[in-house]
Design a protein around this ligand. Structure first.
Ligand code: NI
Length: 180
């Protein structure tokens, strides 16, 4: 187990665009260790997604894991975990949908963010193979949130109504508490 420190809002590295990986770099032992430490760190902090810049590595890598028994988002039931390198995002449905978002780099806070409801992500997997995934509804928000980290963006940048920005212990509904 390697638990890494998660950088918090205010750390300039979270605002830098991350660099893409070379194919041979993706399959290296060093990257393999990096991925493992991201899973370990994400689990330790109780998140469902983590991007490499959040642990101080300014590279285009994100991991997402949604448990299959997630009751609120049954449409995501076949989706368990994914490792994404060098993603490119295409909007498939620009209809906006709002979710309460949180972030391990913005601990204790939540806010409502509106994002397009359906996206396609083209990326390289951990074998450096080209892959593509289509994400809808909450999962589309999860992907967009994590990919934002690779471009120096945080969810608070996208809150339209800043009055929704809340401390999570003040939020009444427990099932709105999702760390992205
Ligand atoms: Ni985040």
């Amino acid at each position: 187990m390697t638990i890494r420190k998660i950088l918090k809002m205010g750390n300039p590295l979270l605002r830098e665009p991350a660099l893409p990986f070379e194919s041979e770099e993706i399959t290296s032992d060093e990257t393999n260790e990096l991925i493992q430490s991201m899973w370990d760190t994400m689990e330790e902090y109780g998140g469902i997604g983590l991007a490499a810049p959040q642990i101080g590595v300014s590279k285009q890598l994100a991991v997402i894991r949604i448990e299959e028994d997630n009751e609120r988002y049954p449409e995501a039931e076949e989706f368990e975990e994914i490792i994404i390198f060098n993603p490119k995002i295409t909007l498939l449905d620009e209809t906006l949908q709002g979710f309460w978002e949180g972030c391990l780099s913005v601990p204790g806070l939540r806010g409502v963010v509106f994002r397009p409801r359906k996206v396609q992500i083209d990326y390289l997997d951990e074998s450096a193979k080209e892959k593509s995934i289509i994400a809808e509804d909450f999962l589309a928000t999860v992907f967009q949130h994590e990919l934002d980290h690779l471009f120096g963006k945080l969810f608070i940048d996208r809150i339209e109504d800043i009055s929704t920005l809340s401390f999570e212990d003040e939020l009444v509904s427990a099932d709105e508490e999702k760390e992205l």
